[in-house]
Design a protein around this ligand. Structure first.
Ligand SMILES: [Zn+2]
Length: 370
């Protein structure tokens, strides 16, 4: 049986050119390498899935590649190949989440004065470095102050605030930001084409939005969808994201505004039968109400995300706008917004959601009568 690598590993960037997003960080690192400004300790921080580990590997390769040109590694020398495969004895990867104790760090430090076996630099990549104990940080600090010339540290963390100032003051720090929707979307298309996946473009757009700037999360979802069906559809993507297609929310709001009981109950049953998370439904309703407000205030409002997944989205918002005034939208928004957190603690989420709907209907009916 072939060993199949998950997409985030299979498509890990091999060179700085392939790295998606955070171009400013890549440019700074390449410039420093080009100008031979090599630091002892690098720190990459930012949310999960934006490429901190990949960047650590790319930097390790560039530092140790024997044919490195303007900061770019050659990808072909033995050092590049070994580091790519994670087989180099001179590039040591440490997961601080499982090796946080002082004894673990002492083990590392005991070996630090041995020269690299075959490469120019002995590089320690410490992932999730914020997990280290105070004693471990103190032990590292001494090394950071006077390291052997051939030793480099690359630290990565999602929790910048937990890194002691004494450590930060000895690192060159790079902040990796969440990727934007387009960066993720373009990468999904590229990889899906290379993998010969069949896909609906709307599905890839939806994955790009819901991965919240994490390319890894986007690729994990793409992997799951490709296993589920050889055609990556919008319907399946909605199912995997445990979300419902926007058309249901649009229709539900329409009948709520019109106080059509039969239809309201019909859609409440759909939400129940599809086992959709009520917190998600409220967030989605809030999102639509917010867009309605925007369109009421600025009828030609132009926002990139409005037409991104569905070209009919703008039309549907405009149609809904005709059924409500600004005061109504404000009222509905307040009801859902103020009760969103209460829903989390309520023993039966379905009942609580329906109670909010009754409140909306009650408001709407009284308004009509008076
Ligand atoms: Zn090389």
């Amino acid at each position: 049986m072939n060993v199949y690598k998950i997409l985030p590993i299979k498509w890990r960037p091999k060179s700085f050119k392939d790295f998606v997003g955070n171009k400013n960080v890549i440019k700074s690192i390449l410039n420093s390498l080009k100008n031979n400004k090599i630091y002892t300790t690098y720190l990459f921080y930012g949310p999960k899935g934006v490429g901190k580990t990949s960047l650590s590997k790319l930097l390790s390769k560039s530092l140790n590649c024997i044919n490195s040109l303007n900061g770019n590694s050659c990808l072909n020398c033995l050092n590049c190949l070994y580091i790519d495969k994670g087989r180099s004895s001179d590039v040591i990867e440490i997961d601080a989440a499982s090796k946080s104790k002082i004894e673990d760090i002492k083990d590392i430090l005991d070996n630090i004065y041995y020269l690299p076996i075959s490469m120019k630099y002995k590089i320690y990549i410490i992932d999730e470095v914020h997990m280290l104990s105070r004693y471990s940080f103190n032990a590292l600090l001494k090394i950071f102050e006077e390291p052997p010339k051939y030793v480099k540290f690359i630290l990565a963390t999602t929790e910048f605030n937990k890194i002691p100032d004494t450590i930060l003051s000895r690192c060159i720090c790079f902040n990796l930001k969440p990727l934007n929707i387009n960066e993720i979307f373009n990468r999904l298309i590229y990889i899906s084409d290379k993998e010969l996946f069949k896909y609906d473009i709307k599905a890839l757009k939806l994955i790009s939005i819901y991965s919240n700037g994490s390319l890894r999360d986007a690729l994990i979802l793409l992997d799951q969808l490709s296993l589920f069906d050889n055609n990556i559809t919008l319907k399946n993507t909605n199912f995997f994201l445990n979300r419902i297609e926007d058309k249901y929310i649009f229709s539900f709001l329409k009948y709520l505004f019109l106080i059509n009981y039969k239809k309201i109950i019909f859609y409440l049953n759909i939400f129940l039968n599809k086992n959709i998370d009520y917190e998600y439904i409220i967030s989605n309703i809030l999102d639509k109400l917010y867009k309605l407000l925007l369109f009421k205030v600025i009828p030609n409002f132009n926002c990139y995300s409005i037409d991104f997944v569905d070209s009919n989205y703008r039309f549907k918002i405009i149609e809904l706008c005709k059924l409500v005034n600004i005061n109504d939208i404000n009222f509905y928004y307040k009801i859902f917004f103020l009760n969103r957190n209460n829903l989390i603690n309520f023993y039966d989420k379905k009942i609580f959601f329906e109670y909010l709907i009754f409140k909306c209907i009650f408001y709407n009916k009284n308004k009509i009568i008076s």
